[in-house]
Design a protein around this ligand. Structure first.
Ligand SMILES: [Zn+2]
Ligand SMILES: [Zn+2]
Length: 299
């Protein structure tokens, strides 16, 4: 009897391992297809409209590709848990019929509001990540790139990604712009994630396009490249989508020329494991430029 039970539990465990590996293999295949699409879009664009001359395979390309796969798989699991908890807390709540009214809004209006609210939440977390050394250690991995191109979008510590996404999504759920049903993500949130992902690849791209007046309506490579500069203008342009947010809070910087230098003071480890572990084991000293950026005042 005991042997039968042991055998059954072994079979269940093997089935579980096989199922998990199948899901992982499917995810890796899906991400590889996305990567091929991104390469097909951005590599020719960066060859045709080069801002700063660069090789396609530069130092850190391998590490950035590893970040692409890791960050596409790992943070989602950590984001799902608090959102599921929030959904449980909000379940059945409808103060003054507010959530019912929000649910009745047309999909495209809700999507636009989601983009704005998500960007506002992410903006304030992003400012905090520049202001507090304990958060800057995680965020500095993203800023460590001394050459900015589309793939640099993937170089970010998972902790930084989890906090940024939660800062954007929690207000979206609190305002009733999205609902969690049957554990599935709201279609609006899925679309928000797709738009956000494609756009953040674009604003990192090494292309010299300027969008004229539109640069004040929607973020552009010039807008975000200035966020990556390693001079006194780094603590600007925190919004990922709407530059107007930076204008309102006094953190916008968008001249007609491009930043001369990218990166941070000091170095981060050159390996994936080093970049993953360093912010967990040490606090990066405060950056001199952070003295000019507080969470309450203008830069
Ligand atoms: Zn930043
Ligand atoms: Zn960036």
């Amino acid at each position: 009897m005991v042997r039968v039970t042991d055998r059954s539990s072994k079979i269940i465990m093997l089935e579980y391992v096989f199922k998990s590996l199948s899901v992982l293999a499917f995810d890796v295949m899906r991400l590889t297809i996305w990567l091929v699409l991104l390469v097909a879009i951005f590599v020719p664009l960066e060859r045709l409209f080069t801002l700063h001359p660069a090789r396609i395979w530069r130092p850190q390309t391998g590490v950035d590709l590893a970040w692409y796969f890791l960050n596409s798989l790992l943070p989602a699991a950590f984001i799902a848990m608090p959102l599921a908890l929030l959904a449980r807390v909000l379940h059945g709540a409808d103060p003054g019929g507010f959530y019912t009214a929000m649910a009745l809004l047309p999909f495209w209006i809700k999507l636009l509001l989601m983009l704005v609210v998500n960007d506002l939440g992410a903006y304030w977390y992003h400012r905090a990540a520049h202001a507090y050394p304990v958060l800057w250690g995680f965020h500095a991995i993203h800023h460590s790139a001394e050459h900015v191109d589309w793939l640099v979008n993937t170089r970010a510590h998972p902790v930084d990604i989890v906090f940024t996404r939660l800062a954007g999504l929690i207000p979206v759920y609190l305002l009733g712009l999205a609902q969690v049903t049957d554990g599935r993500l709201d279609p609006g949130v899925v679309l928000l994630m797709i738009i956000g992902t494609i756009w953040t690849f674009f604003i990192h791209a090494n292309i010299r396009w300027r969008l004229g007046f539109a640069e004040w309506l929607v973020s552009s490579p010039a807008f975000h490249h200035w966020h990556h500069t390693n001079d006194e203008h780094r603590d600007h342009n925190f919004a990922f989508f709407f530059p107007l947010i930076d204008r309102i809070f006094g953190t916008a910087w968008l001249p007609h020329y491009w930043p001369p230098v990218y990166g941070i003071d000091g170095k981060v480890p050159s390996t994936l494991s080093g970049q993953l572990i360093e912010p967990l084991t040490s606090i990066r000293p405060a950056n001199p430029r952070q003295t000019s950026t507080s969470l309450t005042g203008h830069p």
